[in-house]
Structure formats: C-alpha cells, structure tokens
Ligand binder design. Sequence first.
Ligand SMILES: [Zn+2]
Ligand SMILES: [Zn+2]
Length: 597
Amino acid sequence: MAVAEEDRHLRLTGEFDCDTTPLATLRHSTSHVMAQAVKRLFPDVKVAIGPAIEDGFYYDFAKPEPFTPEDLARIEAVMREIVAADHPFERQEMPRAEAIAFFRARGERFKVEILEGIDAERVSLYRQGDFVDLCRGPHVRSTGEIRAFKLLSSSGAYWRGDERNPMLQRIYGTAWLAQEDLDRHLWRLEEARKRDHRKLGRELDLFVFHDVSPGAPFWLPHGWTIVRELERFVREVLDARGYAEISTPILINKRLWEQSGHWEHFGENMFRLEVEEQLFSLKPMNCPPSTFVYRHALRSYRDLPLRFADMGRLHRNERSGTLTGLFRVRQFTQDDAHIYCRPDQLQDEITGMLDLVREWYKTFDLQPSYKLSTRPDKRLGTEAQWDAGEAALHQALKTNGLAYEVNRGDGAFYGPKIDIFVEDVLGRSWQIATVQVDLTMLPEQFQLEYIDSDGQPKRPMVIHRAIFGSFERFIGILTEHFAGAFPTWLAPVQARVLPVSEKHAEYARAVWERLRGARVRAELDDRNEKLGYRIREAQLRKVPYMLVCGAREAEAGTVSLRHRSGEDLGPVAVDRVLADLTREIAARAASLTVGRS
Ligand SMILES: [Zn+2]
Ligand SMILES: [Zn+2]
C-alpha cells in the first residue's frame, strides 16, 4: 500500500492521489498542512510530493540544509495554528497549461515537471488558506478535522527515488483519527526503539558484528546458547515427526547450480570462488544439494514420504548497504526441510506441517496467520497438477481449522505456497515461514524418480518448507518480541545465586552447585558489591530468577526468590525451586512459574 500511494503521486496513476479510506485521506491532508507550515516558515523551500504511507505521511522539500529537530517543533506548532484556523480544502480545476503557468510563476519546478510529464487535459488543484498544491485528492473537509498528528523525523531522499536526481529533505509524520490511536502508535514506536535487537544484542552480550565479515554475526556465548536451545527444540520436534536430518556441503561446484538454474537466475546473489581452476559457489539454498540424498538410492513408493531436514548454513550476496542486524544478513542458517512424497500424500504432509507450525508458535506466544498463494500467469506444470496442489493446500488449512487469505496469482512459478506470518507483542507482522509445493522444478531438473506400485517410474513431488525461516532472523524477532526477557528455557542465564554477604558465600555456593547439577544455567554472583546493586544488575541482564542466600535462608534450607520483574516472592525451599525450575524449563513454559503456586 505504501508504495502504491507514492507511485500515485509520482506517476499520477489511478483516479486519486491517495487511498479513499478516512485514515489515508486524513494523512494525505496532514501532509498538505505540513507543506503549508514549511512554506510559511521557509518561503524559499520548493515542494515536491507528499503522499500518505503506512502509519503516516511524508512530504519532500528542496532545501539546501537538512531540517533540525527544532525546525520540526516549529513546523508542528505552525501546523497546529493552521488546524485551529480551520481552513476548508477547496478543489479547483483548470487546463494543464494554466496549471503549469501557475506553478512556474511560483518557481515550483517539481510541480511543473510532474505536470509536463502527464497528458491530462485538465488537472485539479487543492487550496487550504494561502497554500495551493497540485493534487487529485481526496481530502478532509477542512484543516480543523486534523487533530491527532505528530512529526517524527527527517532525512534526505532523492527526487523520484533516483540517486542521479537532486537530494531533497523528507519529513515523516504520523496522523490518526483519534488521540488515543496516536498515543498507542507513539508508544509502539518508542517500545520498538527500546527493543531493537541490535541494541539488546550488545547490552545482553548475545552477538556482535564486525566489518571483517559484513552481514554475519559473531555469536557470543549467551547468544549461541539461544541458537543451541532452538536447535535442540527443533530437532526434538522433527524427530518426533519422522524427519531425518541430513547435512550437505556449503562449497559446491558451478555444475550443480547450472543444472538447477540458480547460476542463471540467482547468480548475482551467490558468492563465487575459484578452486583448482573450477568455479564453485557458497550454497544460497539447500534444495539442489538435498536431491543428492534422494538420488543416492533407488526409491520405491513404499519409501515415501522422505522428510529430509537440513539446517544448512547459507550465504547470499546482499549489498552491504542493505544489511540490517540479524534481519538482513549474508550468512544464515535456515531451518530447512525437503519432503519427497507421492501426489496422493501431499495433503497429509501439508496438514502435518501446519500442525507443527501451530505447535511451534504456541511455545513462543506468537500468533501465526496464513496466506495461500495460487498459480501465477507464468508457470511450469500441468493444470491438473496445479489443481491438485492448490486443493491440497486449501484442504490442509481447513483440516487444521485455520483462517487464511488467498493471494491469487502470487504462487511460485513451480507451485502454490502458504506463507506464514506472526504478530509480535507490539502488533507488528513478520513473514517467517513458508510451505511451498514443488510440482515440477526439482523433480524435472534432477530427474527424480520412484518406482510406483505398478512397477513404473514416476516423479515425486517436493515440499520446500521452513517453520521459522532462519535462526538469525528468528532470534532477532524473539529478542524484540520478549524485549530480551526470554522465557527461562531460552534464557542464556536462567538463575543467579546471590549471597547477602561474604558470610553466606558457602551456602550460596552449595545452592549454585545444586542448580548446576540439575543442568540449570546458573551463575554465582559473590562479588564484593552491595546486594541491591547485584540484584539490579541481574534484572538488567534479564536473568529470570535471583536466589538470595542469607543467614535465615541457610538455616531453613531456603532461598529468598526474586523475579527479574522486580517481584519478591519471599522464602522458598531450595528443593522446591529446583523441582519447579527444572519442570518449567523442560515444559518450555512461556512465563515464569517458580515460586508462584
Ligand atoms: Zn495531495
Ligand atoms: Zn528448498
């Protein structure tokens, strides 16, 4: 949607300049009011375009110096004056030539350029007070309807998004129908800043990036503990569901990528190396290599389905300017699997996978949603294959009782797919996982076969699927979702034992050793610091439990238990802490339970 609105302003496609919904109309109108305020404060500035975008609006201005935060505050104050004046938005139509003359007389060269690039006979202008803009609307009736808005930031942006064009100054703002919506949005933005996984990754010693290897994290012990716990969890789940784990090489000869078509279609994203005068590439995906495992033996219809999981380490050559923390990396580890099955097994396989997806996300308190993408115009395979593939996906979603959207024509060229999104605690939606039916690509390119019950060789189908995408990105999302306060089973340090003073060090050490004996990741903090200081530090490190050991506790065989939230649960017997804690970890519970019942 965001792109479409910008496009409408730049290319003047569509009937209006913004979506006609009340919110988009309000935001578009707010951008006009902002431009009016900017012109009032900076009369020499030229205006470019000002579309509504997701969650807000922007306007681009030609101004030699960037806007400062003080400028934004002044602009916002003038906007409030314009709102209070309650100017009506008035539409005026005129021949295009007249509009060109109008804007040329005012030196508004971007408006002139837009007008010269279109072939409409007549165009429309919108006026509020002393400000006139080339615009097709729609707008709210008057500036007085604009109440809940805020300017957020400004940054450079090229005219028409092209780096050969002049650099403009863009101001972003947000506007809502009600003050409480604005407040909630601003709270979400603030929370998102606080939860930024790059910031938390540093503060909690999870990972670091270094320019010796752009786009590839150096995992620190705490971060790697989270990777290992996820691996352990996914392996348990897959073992229980009849998957077999495989591992295929990272460095693979160009020959394979030519056969799979990646060299031609994906080559720009692959890292190439020359070894003994032959070209190799770091694998960007696991699909082609997994076929070697399939082809290693003669397969019969009785062997299928074969579910091969491959948590392969992948590399893709993303441009360094686009790399973003764990969200956009060059090296990543997919929780990948390829299921080779007969056509009659397709639906059961997909049904099982969706069940697995549901189980997986429940553990993380994340709400999945589903989109089914169907046959695109350009595609491989027969209509009968597509009919069967799409029907299997519809049916599997229904069997699991899942609501889903259909994206017509958005499937891969080799088969339909289900994309899985999750909504985090801030209401942000992340596309995480995908289930893709491969009707023909791998089976044909690699001549895959099984011997059917009639003794004839047939092509299997392949399902490409991931449950959470990549470890890197998923950990980035989890870090932000939990604000670094991971559930105990994932927390790098699960408990910290704190002696009140030196006198209680021996008892504290005994408690610590019991925790470690029960395989709880526990630390002993017997530093010569005040207890309050050590408690605060454990809380900042988001350690789920603090076990404080003093004279009374040593006497009674208890600890004084505290949660990282600051809650003090008082004395609890060490035996009970151990039993509850190990149970909570084994159950992979989403919230803290020890000492509560
Ligand atoms: Zn407009
Ligand atoms: Zn694949």
